[in-house]
Design a protein around this ligand. Structure first.
Ligand code: NI
Length: 191
């Protein structure tokens, strides 16, 4: 099932997501739905807050980058309760985009290497290191679990120049070919 994606300005994108355990209801179905939603909207990663669930779950499939970056080849992951333990190396720029912030792409500076602990879909624990684009996609999705969007990592001037476009996104004044959940819809439901 394709799920709507929370748009810039939606409060769930600002929250720190919570750990889950094996008994989390319908987890396999949720993971399948997240992959389906990600593929449909042509993303390479999706974090649970983007489908309006504040839990530490993310999915990645870096296949679209595999021609240009060898580390992206066969890089398909489900990560549960992820914690980045260490980031190292000299920061590099990579052009990032986000399904919650459609039609905006900007260079973001991040460190090239990470060490991360997480559980897979069957709750096996892993402690791994990643580099390059693989690390980059994890870092971007991981930020979603911490309530951070890539536009918040831009220099203040750059962010200021994007302000109107970001406001348009949060108000739903955009053309997109996938379904989104906007902040005003959230307020309507809560009242
Ligand atoms: Ni994103």
């Amino acid at each position: 099932m394709i799920l709507p994606i929370t748009a810039y300005g939606h409060p769930i994108l600002k929250k720190v997501a919570q750990d889950i355990d094996k008994d989390y209801p319908n987890l396999d179905k949720l993971i399948d739905d997240m992959f389906e939603t990600m593929y449909y909207s042509k993303g390479v990663g999706l974090a649970a807050p983007q489908i309006d669930q504040s839990i530490r779950l993310l999915v990645i499939d870096a296949t679209p980058y595999s021609d240009d970056f060898p580390e992206a080849k066969n890089f398909k992951k489900v990560m549960i309760n992820a914690r980045i333990i260490e980031e190292s190396g000299v920061e590099w720029a990579f052009n990032e985009g986000c399904l919650s912030v459609p039609d905006i792409r900007e260079d973001v500076m991040r460190k090239p290497k990470i060490r991360i602990k997480y559980f897979d879909q069957d709750f096996n624990e892993f402690d791994e290191e990643y580099e390059g684009v693989a690390a980059r996609i994890i870092q971007h999705e991981y930020d979603h679990l911490e309530g951070v969007l890539f536009v918040e990592r831009l220099a203040p001037l750059k962010k200021m120049l994007l302000k109107r476009r970001l406001t348009d996104i949060s108000k739903g004044n955009i053309k997109i070919d996938y379904r989104m959940k906007f902040p005003f819809q959230y307020k309507k439901i809560k009242k």
